[in-house]
Design a protein around this ligand. Structure first.
Ligand code: ATP
Ligand code: MG
Ligand code: MG
Ligand code: MG
Length: 469
């Protein structure tokens, strides 16, 4: 059986043999785009190359890009544990042409990699093209010999990529794999497309037009190519699995989690092991880049991910912090290609341990409170906003954690009520702090500074929570 690590190098090797420069992954924390929370695809590090602002000594590149979709425009956090194909952190394999080759070569390469390098059976692949893109449909017919019924025309924005309101844009063509009739789901564009039977594994973007400030579009003089293939998804296919978490990119972590908790990864427990494995990967890669848990921005995304993972450790009955003890399994698995994991090993383990230690007591108490609250609710009623706020404020439960727990019970948070409680708290805090020079308040600041250091103030709500600072 081919390993996930081998698939990564086979992909890069193929494109290297086709004159692509192998470029290292850029950081998850983007260096060239302050508006972006995390790098969410391979093209991010090449944005300025596509627009012509920057030139590189090569016109073709290939990467395996560390990608995070857990905040901002692309957010798959709420899919993790619910679909077979989504992660918060994943690796996006890609090939890029900066005004070099275009559609025909991109399609030919994607077909060659899929059917020859990876040996996928032709009859298991279907593709989508944008409804207006006759050229792509013709090329799929000619190059791959696909019949019309397996070239699906999609007329939605999903199949039209754009960098922003202005700038480069163009149609996409996506490759889907049919996991077979034993898996529920339907082809793209059908009512059952959300199932796990037909899984998108590769997206080809044809950057063909430029949209100007006045809204008009013109063809780009040198069109470009941007593609993204999810390593975890293609590994699932090549290892004859139907769920990304069943591959060797996750199993060593899941096995370690099973051993340490004494719960086999099956039945009700399997989701918890999967979520823990996903969140461990994401948290560890973020920490390795210097992101630390905090109450705002990227640090808060990290904290939310870690706390969601910790709640699943709790569901598995872990009495002691678990996540940091799984880090070695991850580092063994991925530290060869991503050496930053090895270098940051100590920081990763200590950050995971400290956060879990902090959250543990309030997690237990908060969960008890939440259980009792749910019990008292009318059938189907949402959790009152002030309870969700209390869980946040006193017990350190990010509201999305509460919402995720409730989702398991078929319920929701009264989000408006939560927002109102948050606003009221902020107004109260402002009134209390308005330059009275009150010695009691000042003492709180100094206590916090002593505990967490002057550089990272975690916010008023957490001071009151005490245990979560
Ligand atoms: P989906 O429709 O399944 O959510 P997408 O269309 O959002 O995927 P793209 O933005 O086209 O994904 O990204 C390119 C490729 O990256 C996808 O074809 C897929 O293989 C992979 N990918 C995207 N999101 C994720 C994720 N959250 N976890 C794992 N792989 C992903
Ligand atoms: Mg998506
Ligand atoms: Mg898609
Ligand atoms: Mg896509």
């Amino acid at each position: 059986m081919i390993s996930g690590n081998q698939i990564r190098s086979d992909f890069l090797g193929f494109f290297e043999s086709r004159d692509h420069q192998v470029v290292p992954s850029s950081p998850i924390v983007p260096r060239n785009d302050p508006t972006l929370m995390f790098t969410n695809s391979g093209m991010v590090q090449f944005k300025d190359v596509f627009t012509g602002l920057e030139t590189r000594p090569y016109s073709r590149a290939t990467t395996s890009q560390k990608s995070v979709r857990a905040g901002g425009k692309h957010n798959d956090l709420d899919n993790v544990g619910y679909t077979a194909r989504h992660h918060t952190f994943f690796e996006m394999l890609g090939n890029f042409s900066f005004g070099d080759y275009f559609k025909d070569v991109a399609i030919e390469q994607a077909w060659t990699v899929s059917t020859q390098v990876f040996g996928l059976p032709k009859e298991k692949i279907i593709v989508t093209v944008h409804a207006t893109d006759d050229e792509a449909a013709e090329l799929w017919k000619k190059i791959a010999g696909l019949p019309d019924e397996r070239i699906i025309r999609i007329n939605s924005d999903d199949n039209w990529w754009r960098m922003g309101d202005t700038g480069p844009n163009g149609p996409c063509s996506e490759l889907f794999y049919d996991h077979g009739p034993e898996v529920w789901g339907g082809p793209p564009g059908s009512p059952e497309e959300d199932g796990d039977r037909f899984i998108e594994f590769w997206n080809l973007v044809f950057m063909q037009f430029e949209t100007h400030a006045d809204g008009s579009s013109t063809p780009l003089p040198k069109p470009s190519i941007d593609t993204g293939m999810g390593l975890e998804r293609v590994t699932t296919i090549l290892q004859n699995k139907h769920n990304n978490y069943d591959t060797d990119l996750f199993q060593p972590i899941i096995q370690a989690s099973a051993e340490l908790t004494g719960h086999a990864p099956d039945g009700d427990m399997v989701t918890s092991h999967r979520v823990i494995a996903d969140h461990l990967r994401c948290a560890s890669f973020l920490i390795a880049e210097g992101v630390l848990p905090s109450n705002e921005g990227r640090g808060y995304v990290l904290r939310r991910i870690m706390r969601r993972g910790m709640r699943h450790a709790h569901l598995l009955g872990a009495k002691d912090p678990l996540m940091h003890r799984l880090a070695p399994a991850l580092i063994d698995l991925m530290g060869g290609h991503y050496t930053e994991l090895r270098e940051a090993q100590g920081l990763i383990r200590e950050t995971l341990r400290a956060e879990e230690e902090r959250f543990k007591t309030t997690l237990d108490r908060g969960l008890k409170l939440l259980d009792a609250e749910i019990e008292g609710l009318d059938e189907g009623a949402p959790l009152p906003g002030d309870t969700a706020f209390k869980l946040y404020d006193t017990y350190g439960f990010p509201v999305d954690l509460t919402a995720d727990i409730l989702r398991g019970a078929g319920r929701e948070v009264d989000q408006d009520g939560y927002d109102a409680a948050m606003q009221a708290q902020k107004a109260k805090a402002r009134a209390a702090w308005s330059g009275t020079g009150d010695a009691g308040n000042a003492k709180v600041w100094y206590d916090v500074r002593d505990r967490v250091g002057a550089t990272e103030f975690l916010g008023y709500a957490d001071i009151r929570a005490g245990a979560t600072v």
